[in-house]
Design a protein around this ligand. Structure first.
Ligand code: BG6
Ligand code: MG
Length: 220
């Protein structure tokens, strides 16, 4: 039987960095003279930095020159980096380490599939880097989620067929990407928002060993 590959999104699945992305975008919106709400932030999950800024400027009705656009991209990221600077293991979401350890002990292939260009330093800060056989992030892709590229590259680098991969995602765009890749999609977070996922959990504390074993033996 083929091995199952496990692909984890980072922001909002492994660590709660979605809140820091939100704060940094809100700071920029406020500086440009408009509000940016939590609900609007939902659209930013899983979406590339560039696309996020385009959406933000649309929300605020702000026109930008190329130079302004580039400056604001840098400004947002520098602000975000200040928020994540002090991150440590305490910011790993509940039971993530337990699931990673379970998979690692069974020598199952594990990849990161994230849109973020800050993925590696974050995994280093929270000391989870050693669990990952493969890292595919915003630096390796040309097409952002909901395009399946990030997950297809991860599967290829793991040496696992896409249909034998399982993806953990907190973003609508990420679930769409996993489904488009022909993988098993698992929504982590609000099931109403992630209704296109094959399975839904609020977080990893709800996922028991029996479910994981089922995934290992039973692919789509
Ligand atoms: C995703 C986040 O993981 O990474 C998005 O969900 C974010 O909100 C994207 O915009 C890009 O992140 P970064 O760190 O490269 O700006
Ligand atoms: Mg995410």
């Amino acid at each position: 039987m083929n091995k199952t590959g496990f692909i984890f999104d980072l922001d909002g699945v492994i660590v709660d960095t979605a809140k820091y992305h939100y704060l940094a975008w809100r700071n920029l919106a406020n500086e440009l003279g408009f509000e940016f709400t939590h609900d609007q932030n939902e659209l930013f999950k899983g979406v590339s930095r560039k696309r996020c800024l385009e959406i933000l400027l649309d929300i605020g009705g702000v026109e930008a020159t190329k130079a302004q656009f580039d400056t604001w991209m840098i400004e947002k990221n520098e602000d975000y980096l200040k928020y994540i600077e002090k991150m440590d293991e305490s910011e790993i979401l509940p039971d993530v380490t337990k699931v990673l350890r379970y998979l690692k002990e069974r020598e199952l292939p594990i990849a990161l599939g994230s849109a973020s260009k800050n993925a590696k330093p974050i995994l280093e800060k929270v000391k989870l880097l050693p669990y990952f056989d493969v890292i595919v992030d915003g630096n390796n892709v040309t097409k952002a989620k909901p395009d399946p590229e990030v997950f297809l590259i991860a599967a290829e680098e793991l040496g696992v067929n896409p249909q034998n991969c399982v993806v953990f995602e907190d973003a609508q765009a990420g679930i769409k990407a996993a489904n488009a890749a022909g993988m098993v999609s698992i929504g982590i977070g609000d099931a109403k928002i992630l209704s296109e996922a094959d399975y839904n959990f609020n977080d990893f504390t709800e996922m028991d060993v029996k479910f994981l074993v089922g995934l290992i033996n039973d692919n789509k």
